[in-house]
Design a binder for this molecule. Structure first.
Ligand code: SF4
Length: 335
């Protein structure tokens, strides 16, 4: 709830709503009794009708040599989700999930393998960040790139952004929040109209519709022309450059002619391309492109005036790619 909604709930002045909001999101109180500057009558009233506390019960965490830590959380109804903490020079970043599973079925993704279990509530998305913050204090960024498609759980995603950036809570800069999408075009337009200047990261993974459809079923519904037009609208409206994620798959999307085609589409737009080496899942027929191919692909894009970087792989050896740890957990416990 926002502070105004809390004030309305208890039938009190707006400052009371802010006070309670500060306890929940700023100080992360785990009980209403901890809110010691709140009249006892209000605390008792809240206790009767509402719950407070951690929405993310840590089941397990594993840490790799580069400090990347993968968490497995249990939410309500025994829903299992995962989140990742990554350590960078500028501070820590949490990669949070917005859904348990995903219904969009991208061919290279572990999260999409068993479909969508359910959407997460805003409190459950905040819960992941707060649970990790208790162990890793310097969290300054959040990327919604864990399991799930954030824009397929649009209301929760937008509410999460507003809650975590609220001046009475965590005050996280909206520019430090990244929303990743596989390309739900109408929702990109909706998000642009919200005027929340978050970073938009679009999973492109191919320079044309045919190759993209092979990798991502969603491309059959939202063709690339419309998608790129929506992204330009987002950049115009928010003034933020759009990040295009491009997973490099050997022999599928990594030729130099595909690099040139991609450059032709993106040239002159407010954009940035991130090349990512394919994470080779056990039951996947594809292989990752070689380092040399990735470097040449990046050079071609940069040479054509499209800003491109090769993303550093973090979390080696701990199944840090989206969906992997959760799938291991579910497979283990369903055997
Ligand atoms: S890549 Fe994202 S949108 Fe695609 S299946 Fe995985 S979680 Fe869903």
């Amino acid at each position: 709830m926002t502070s105004d909604e809390i004030a309305e709930l208890i039938g009190d002045k707006p400052y009371r709503g802010k006070q309670i909001f500060r306890w929940i999101h700023g100080r992360q109180a785990e009980s209403f009794d901890a809110m010691t500057d709140l009249p006892k009558t209000i605390r008792e009233k809240l206790k009767l009708s509402h719950t407070i506390g951690s929405y993310a019960l840590k089941l397990r965490s594993v840490q790799s040599a580069d400090q990347t830590t993968k968490y497995l959380f249990q939410m309500d109804n025994n829903t299992i989700i995962e989140s990742v903490y990554m350590s960078y020079r500028f501070g820590g970043s949490v990669c949070a999930s917005t859904q348990a599973g995903c219904r969009l079925g991208c061919a290279f993704c572990a999260s999409g393998k068993s479909g969508l279990e359910r959407n997460l509530a805003p409190s459950e998305i905040c819960g992941q960040v707060y649970a990790i913050q208790r162990e890793k204090p310097r969290v300054g960024h959040v990327v919604l790139m864990g399991s799930g498609e954030p824009l397929d759980n649009y209301e929760s995603t937008v509410r999460f952004i507003k809650l975590i950036s609220d001046e009475n809570g965590q005050r996280m800069s909206r520019r430090s929040i990244t929303v990743s999408t596989c390309g739900l075009t109408p929702r990109i337009i909706n998000l642009a109209d919200e005027m929340l200047p978050v970073t938009l990261a679009v999973s492109l993974h191919a320079p044309d519709d045919a190759a993209r459809e092979r990798l991502m079923p969603v491309a059959r519904v939202f063709p690339m022309r419309e998608l790129l037009r929506a992204c330009e609208y987002y950049a115009d409206k928010t003034g933020r450059q759009v990040t295009y994620e491009y997973t490099m798959i050997k022999g599928v999307n990594d030729s130099l002619s595909q690099a040139k085609e991609l450059a032709a589409r993106l040239k002159g737009t407010l954009s940035h391309v991130n090349l990512i080496r394919l994470n080779e899942l056990e039951d996947l027929d594809w292989n990752a492109s070689s380092e040399e191919t990735i470097r040449r692909f990046a050079d071609t894009l940069n040479g054509c005036g499209v800003k491109t970087t090769v993303r550093r792989a973090l979390g080696g050896g701990i199944s840090a790619a989206c969906g992997q740890l959760r799938n291991h957990h579910n497979n283990t416990y369903s055997r």
